[in-house]
Design a binder for this molecule. Structure first.
Ligand code: BES
Ligand code: ZN
Ligand code: ZN
Length: 494
């Protein structure tokens, strides 16, 4: 893994194989920039360029904001992959004197997430030579040496946090990227049990028989046709004197073929990523434990496979869910909401103060919001706004999709309490969210959030800090939200 460290020494005095220098807003006037070199090149400020002789990589940047810095971190490591440099250094010459360290943190996060690639199955791996990035936090102008020392201490703390979060995101990516013949529900359960060894997390696995005892009729129906039996993975983190109890639920479809309402081939590929919500929950739990958050946190992952066969559940079936509500099946490809309905029921028995589910639930969410943005839904507007703020601060994009009473009517059934599909072709992300809402008891309605990560979970063409494949969507926003609510309840107690 790439090593990143902070230093109080000046940028010029740090020794490294290559220097990373930003050219901000096409402004080349700085002693670290070879103006003549860029001028002779007729540099267009579109992509990074390496000055071989000066051993400097110039990265064009529109402005010095956290979002562009995060992306620049990823760009830097990706560009350096094609060169033999083992170490790189970076300094932030345009920082205002009293600046906080947020843009350096953003750069670091981008570098650690941009460095990821899934090469398990490649015979010829192309590992990057880059081992280390050294960050200079030298004194700026009249800044005192004491202030620099303080900045190094501050940033080192942030660095520890960033390492924990990026490691969790990359573990989530690895798991989601693992092909479906390997990453079965049983594999996920074993993986979770292995991963928590030596941590303060505990793990309980519910197999088919236990799911039957729990009367999870909707979840079991989805899992029925698969030769790979389902697993409900229940992770718990119980620190002393927790401020709140949070339950996270994740859709863990290790494969979604669509079932008898079979997906066309072009839509079936990438459906190994239908376990992204569940894997994100695992990633969030790992990070929360390592960060030592003062919250009791449970992670419920509903893992199973949606397949076809003589034993498959069918359109027209009526299922009885764990909450006792009957569900008419209109389409077996709307399976995630069935698994989640039963998992959310189980989750409410844990009596959470906050209940959040993460799921690659609908193609409609991708159509509505695009590939880069997740949908936030629920009944509690304040909770949705708070979550949105945390998500955006974490660098993940989200937008609120509002529930309304008209869409609620679209999931009515004539022969069951609710239908698993909407009677309209429009508003599919919201109708799926409102379907889940049908399984949230009155007393938990204001505590619940549904996050549809179908857009950003899988990356077909790299963007921002995301290489091809699984993005680990949900982890950063989830961890940030948990950190933020810990701070809020701590402040209230004081
Ligand atoms: N897993 C899919 C949703 C999905 C689509 C995730 C694209 C990521 C990318 C989900 O189970 C599904 O198939 N939903 C259907 C629902 C429909 C049948 C009502 C959909 O969105 O088409
Ligand atoms: Zn589906
Ligand atoms: Zn699905």
């Amino acid at each position: 893994m790439l090593k990143i460290s902070a230093h109080k020494e000046s940028f010029t005095s740090i020794k490294a194989d290559v220097a990373i220098v930003f050219v901000i807003n096409k402004n080349t006037k700085h002693k670290w920039i070879d103006q003549k070199f860029l001028h002779d090149l007729a540099y267009q400020h579109k992509s990074p360029v390496l000055h071989q002789q000066a051993k400097t990589l110039y990265i064009p940047l529109g402005s010095l904001e956290v979002d562009s810095m995060r992306e620049a971190g990823a760009t830097a490591v990706k560009t350096l992959k094609s060169y033999p440099f083992k170490s790189a250094k970076i300094g932030f010459y345009t920082l205002p004197k009293s600046s906080d360290t947020s843009i350096m943190a953003a750069f670091t996060l981008g570098a650690l997430l941009g460095d990821y690639s899934f090469d398990t199955f490649l015979s010829k791996k192309q590992p990057s030579s880059l081992r280390e990035i050294l960050i200079s936090l030298e004194s700026y102008d009249t800044d005192s040496a004491g202030a620099t020392k303080e900045r190094v201490q501050d940033f080192s703390k942030q660095l520890d946090e960033i390492k924990i979060i990026t490691k969790s995101v990359n573990i989530t990516r690895d798991l989601v990227n693992t092909p479906p013949q390997i990453a079965t529900p049983k594999y996920l359960a074993n993986y979770a049990q292995d991963l928590i060894k030596g941590t303060n997390l505990s793990c309980k696995i519910l197999k088919k028989q236990e799911l039957k005892k729990e009367k999870m009729g909707a979840y079991l129906a989805v899992a029925k046709a698969s030769s790979k039996s389902p697993r409900l993975i229940h992770l718990s983190y119980k620190p002393k004197n927790p401020q709140k109890k949070v339950v996270l639920v994740g859709k863990g479809l290790t494969y979604d073929s669509g079932g008898l309402s079979l997906k066309p081939s072009d839509y079936m590929t990438t459906m190994k990523a239908d376990k992204s919500g569940g894997c994100a929950v695992l990633g969030i739990m790992l990070a929360a434990e390592k960060l030592g958050l003062p919250l009791e946190i449970h992670g419920i992952i509903g893992a199973c496979e949606n397949m076809i066969g003589g034993n498959a559940y069918k359109p027209d079936d009526v299922l009885i869910s764990r909450e006792g509500k009957s569900i008419e099946i209109g389409n077996t490809d709307a399976e995630g909401r069935l698994v989640l309905a039963d998992c959310l029921s189980y989750a409410q028995d844990l009596d959470p103060d906050v209940l959040i589910d993460f799921a690659t639930l609908t193609g409609a969410c991708v159509v509505g919001l695009g590939e880069y943005t997740s949908g936030v839904m629920g009944y509690n507007q304040k909770l949705q706004l708070d979550f949105t703020q945390s998500a955006l601060d974490s660098g993940e994009l989200v937008a609120i999709l509002p529930f309304n009473r008209h869409i609620k009517k679209l999931i009515e059934s004539k022969i069951a309490d609710v239908s698993n599909v909407s009677s309209s072709r429009y508003g599919g992300a919201i109708s799926a969210g409102m379907f889940l809402g049908e399984f949230i008891r009155e007393s938990y309605k204001d505590k619940w959030l549904h996050i549809d990560i179908a857009g950003p979970a899988f990356v077909a063409k790299e963007w921002d800090i995301n290489p091809y494949g699984a993005s680990g969507a949900g982890v950063r926003m989830g961890v940030r939200f948990l950190q933020d609510i810990s701070k809020i309840s701590k402040a209230r107690k004081q």
